[in-house]
Design a protein around this ligand. Structure first.
Ligand code: SF4
Length: 360
């Protein structure tokens, strides 16, 4: 088995699209990387093979993902800082969420935070070397008052701090998306969460198509898209691959992959089907499928990746620093140490490279 550093040697293959599994031998992870580096795509069958690969192949799979990550992002890590600007009180019924109307999880519940509190949170985000400050509210979609508040605080934050702004406000109309763009919001987070097929299993108050409409409205408004999902809700490998393909087809710039933290009081409270190696395989599959996307190890990192969480950064190039929406993360100092130990560096400036010319 090659070491990770050996596997980052320059690639010499003819560029071009080599779509399809033809010629690919199962287990030849580096030929998959070479194809992607040359502008090709991996097939569903190959994505399936990544997710089903054996533990003895794990480092080779990760090394293949790392070659692609390195081409797009070098050894940089982007940090994101989450601010739960309005907690609980949501009328939706997403089964994984502690803030939904069907959750009786013991979480703080409060309305939209005041401007000074949001500014203070942004200050902490900048202090923690975050590239992006994420303003999140629990809602089906923002009220007029919430839209006004976000649109007025964003220019203030950007004037004071060197931060990108990501807004996660629920479903958005085209007009709301345009207003956010005009206010200086850089990107909108709206996760697909899972596949179209599995979506009705996790939510009944809105549809997968509603989510696609919001992403489409944001794209039309010129906003970057942050959209990913949650692993460990009872979905199959096919669902994970569907989601990865959809995100690729949407050319999403930023992909957070969460690992379900089954919170007591939520409908999915007893769901716990993850092991750290499966989480790593999913991150590698996401990287092979979305070579130039900023891929973030999101919620559940500490819980599910555990002692292997550093390995996740060989596929992903981003993570949250600090706490999640209603659960705690590890201390920022532990994150900085992990990044330093890997020989990686925190960046606040690098955008995703242009995707390689992809097969259509
Ligand atoms: S819409 Fe958002 S805040 Fe509301 S229940 Fe779903 S995930 Fe939670």
């Amino acid at each position: 088995m090659k070491s990770l550093s050996e596997c980052s040697a320059p690639v010499s293959v003819e560029p071009g699209c080599v779509a399809g599994a033809s010629g690919w031998s199962p287990g030849d992870w580096h030929s998959l990387a070479e194809r992607v580096l040359a502008g090709g795509r991996i097939t569903r069958e190959e994505a399936r093979a990544v997710l089903a690969s054996g533990d003895e192949e794990l480092l080779d799979v990760l090394a293949a993902a790392y070659r692609i990550r390195r081409q797009a992002f070098g050894n940089t890590v982007q940090l994101f800082f989450l601010m739960n600007a309005k907690s609980g009180l949501c009328p939706e019924d997403c089964g994984y969420c502690s803030q939904s109307k069907v959750s009786d999880a013991a979480i703080p519940r409060y309305n939209l935070l005041s401007a000074p509190k949001l500014l203070e949170a942004a200050r902490i985000a900048a202090e923690r070397q975050s590239k992006t400050f994420c303003i999140v509210i629990s809602a089906r979609g923002p009220t007029e008052r919430e839209m006004d508040a976000v649109c007025s605080i964003v220019p203030e934050i950007k004037a004071k701090f060197d931060l990108n702004i990501c807004a996660c406000l629920g479903l958005l109309t085209p007009d709301q998306a345009s207003r956010l763009a005009a206010a200086g919001v850089d990107k909108v987070n709206h996760n697909l969460n899972t596949s179209a097929r599995f979506y009705p299993e996790i939510c009944s108050t809105h549809t997968y198509e509603d989510r696609l409409s919001t992403l489409s409205a944001c794209r039309s408004a010129g906003l970057q898209l942050c959209s990913g999902g949650i692993m460990g809700m009872g979905e199959t490998h096919e669902d994970l691959i569907d989601m990865a393909e959809e995100l690729r087809d949407l050319r999403v710039e930023s992909i957070p992959l969460n690992f379900l933290n089954a919170i007591d009081g939520t409908p999915l409270q007893t769901t716990n089907r993850l092991n750290p190696r499966d989480c790593l395989r999913a991150l590698a599959m996401m990287r092979l499928m979305n070579p130039a996307a900023e891929i973030r190890i999101a919620g559940g990192r500490e819980l599910h990746l555990g002692s292997l969480q550093a390995l996740g950064l060989y596929a992903a190039n981003s993570m949250f620093v600090g706490d999640y929406l209603t659960t705690q993360g590890q201390l920022p100092e532990a994150d900085y140490k992990m990044i330093e130990d890997l020989g990686f560096v925190i960046t606040r400036g690098q955008e995703a490279a242009e995707p390689p010319a992809a097969c259509t």
